[in-house]
Design a protein around this ligand. Structure first.
Ligand SMILES: [Zn+2]
Length: 543
């Protein structure tokens, strides 16, 4: 969105990613404020981003050509190597909702492209996770942007624009929704959210705080997480999932218990530990590097699991104290629900791990359905170690499963607190967007005549309503990070059109890669000015 061309008082909103035709990926929302300064009468313009995500599965988009795909933000950022780089950033600040990679990983890629980012506001936990990413991805610390931690309830003023953070239960701590407003318009951006009133990490929905919005007259627009609003009822609450785990832990209290969960699902980690505490079993955490990294993020933010659950021992598998524990009196929390061959539990099933003590008659309790269930089923069938183990999945116990996203009743509940005039679905495919639009209409909220797509700009005003003012075919940056002869990570990138490269799915990966390379060469040829930049750690300081 080119703010120099935008002059109507109010807010402008452009989704750069997250409102895709066929899937969720790469959340990235731009909000621009145009306001009159009451004292001087001058027009004030400010631009912020909420989230800066990456495409989770770039192979589907560019058929193996890139490791990462992020929205092209040349309108608001000076991207060296872009065909027509801006003289300077117009972006004033970045706000992050939470630390999932489809909301934050664009930060790393833009820094690697040599872009100087403005200050980043987020919860302490989110910031800790982003910082850890810089270390894990081997990015020069000199390039790290400035981070400004904020708390739920805090309001940040960017020119005439106010941005207030609200606790938004999702599945990971420190998740925020934001209210964005100026004297001429207001908007509530839900982020990834569900209306959960129970949280063992202490971050449930705060209806008093959120309800202040409706009490003060509501907002013009609510952009809402439509990932799961096609499901009826409320998303399962952590306390209900706690009940299910507790019941199963009690039933198999004389066995070693193994509970695989998703590595970054810290809310669920706490729920499972709470259930273990309830039945008096100690917890061993053996989930590989990603889970460990998240737990370190928790403790860096002052959340220590051993302090939250003082009645039992919560130990890393590396802690020698685990050797003193009777395995029958423990719950091992691990990863591997996606069948990842590197996950310690999967390695243990395959007999490739000696650091994962597993008794012959252990009971495994995992929230698996569909593809994931079948994948694990295959591994179990081939594993002699699993022959006498008991597996309980969400196929037998659907109540083990709980999503981090709002379902229909969550939406209705949150909408009442926020009182929007108009509801616009985000974080969804076109089809999911339509489902939420019907639901919103049934609750007497206004919606748009069709879902808003990436690259479209809406003007929002309390006085004149909503108008679609711009539509640009969205572009993306595809990136690769090959190592150079010194072993340093380098960055290659260029623009990728929105439709990616259509190569038949039937081809082998190598064929796809070759064909994609050919298509990229053609594309680059057509767009001769498109930049290709090699940014290495070595020369990063010279920029
Ligand atoms: Zn998320």
């Amino acid at each position: 969105m080119d703010i120099s061309q935008k002059n109507a008082l109010g807010l402008y909103w452009t989704p750069f990613g997250g409102n895709n035709v066929n899937d969720i990926w790469a959340s990235c929302h731009c909000f621009a404020s145009v306001a009159k300064d009451e004292k001087t009468g001058e027009t004030q313009k400010n631009v912020i981003l909420i989230d800066m995500g990456q495409h989770e599965t770039p192979d589907e988009f560019t058929k193996g050509a890139y490791q990462t795909v992020v929205p092209a933000l040349d309108d608001i950022l000076k991207v060296p190597g872009s065909p027509d780089p801006k003289k300077e950033n117009t972006l004033d600040a970045i706000f992050l909702t939470h630390s999932h990679s489809d909301h934050i990983n664009g930060i790393y890629e833009y820094v690697r492209m040599g872009v100087k980012l403005p200050p980043i506001y987020a919860s302490e936990f989110t910031i800790n996770m982003v910082k850890k990413g810089f270390v894990e991805k081997d990015i020069d610390w000199n390039l790290i942007p400035e981070f400004r931690p904020i708390k739920s309830g805090e309001t940040v003023q960017i020119g005439a624009m106010k941005v207030e953070a609200f606790q938004a239960p999702h599945s990971i701590p420190g998740s925020f929704a934001y209210k964005v407003s100026n004297p001429h318009a207001s908007l509530f951006h839900s982020g990834d959210i569900k209306a959960d009133h129970s949280s063992y990490l202490g971050e449930s929905l705060n209806p008093e705080h959120m309800g202040e919005i409706s009490k003060s007259g509501g907002v013009d627009v609510m952009t809402f997480d439509a990932t799961a609003t096609d499901r009826e009822g409320f998303a399962r609450q952590e306390k209900d999932i706690f009940d299910t785990y507790t019941e199963l832990f009690e039933k198999y209290s004389d066995k070693q218990l193994i509970a695989p969960i998703s590595a970054g699902h810290m809310e669920r980690l706490a729920t499972v530990i709470a259930a273990a505490e309830k039945v008096g079993k100690h917890v061993i955490i053996n989930g590989g590097s990603s889970m460990q990294s998240h737990i370190m993020g928790l403790s860096a933010s002052g959340i220590r699991l051993e302090e939250l659950f003082p009645k039992i021992k919560v130990l890393s598998y590396k802690n020698p104290e685990t050797e003193q524990l009777d395995l029958k009196n423990t719950v091992t929390i691990t990863t591997g629900i996606y069948g990842d061959p590197k996950a310690p539990f999967i390695k243990a099933l395959r007999g490739q791990s000696t650091i994962f003590p597993m008794q012959k008659d252990a009971v495994v309790i995992a929230p698996l359905v569909g593809d994931r269930y079948e994948k694990l089923q295959k591994i179990i069938k081939r594993s002699p170690r699993a022959a006498n183990m008991t597996f309980i999945t969400a196929m037998d116990r659907p109540d083990l499963y709980g999503s981090g996203h709002a379902q229909a009743e969550d939406f209705k509940y949150i909408a009442k607190l926020v009182a929007p005039k108009t509801v616009i679905p985000v974080h969804c495919s076109q089809k999911m967007a339509e489902t939420l639009m019907f639901l919103a209409k049934s609750q007497n909220y206004q919606t748009m005549n069709r879902p808003v797509r990436n690259g479209e700009t809406l003007h929002i005003s309390s006085e004149t309503g909503i108008e679609r003012v711009d539509s640009k075919v969205p572009e993306w940056y595809g990136l690769r990070h090959p190592k150079n002869q010194f072993g340093d990570t380098t960055t290659e990138f260029h623009k990728v059109p929105d439709n990616g490269f259509s190569i038949p799915k039937t081809k082998s990966f190598k064929e796809k890669r070759l064909e994609a390379d050919k298509k990229i060469a053609e594309y680059k040829n057509q767009h001769k000015n498109a930049g290709l930049l090699h940014a290495t750690r070595r020369n990063a300081n010279e920029r």
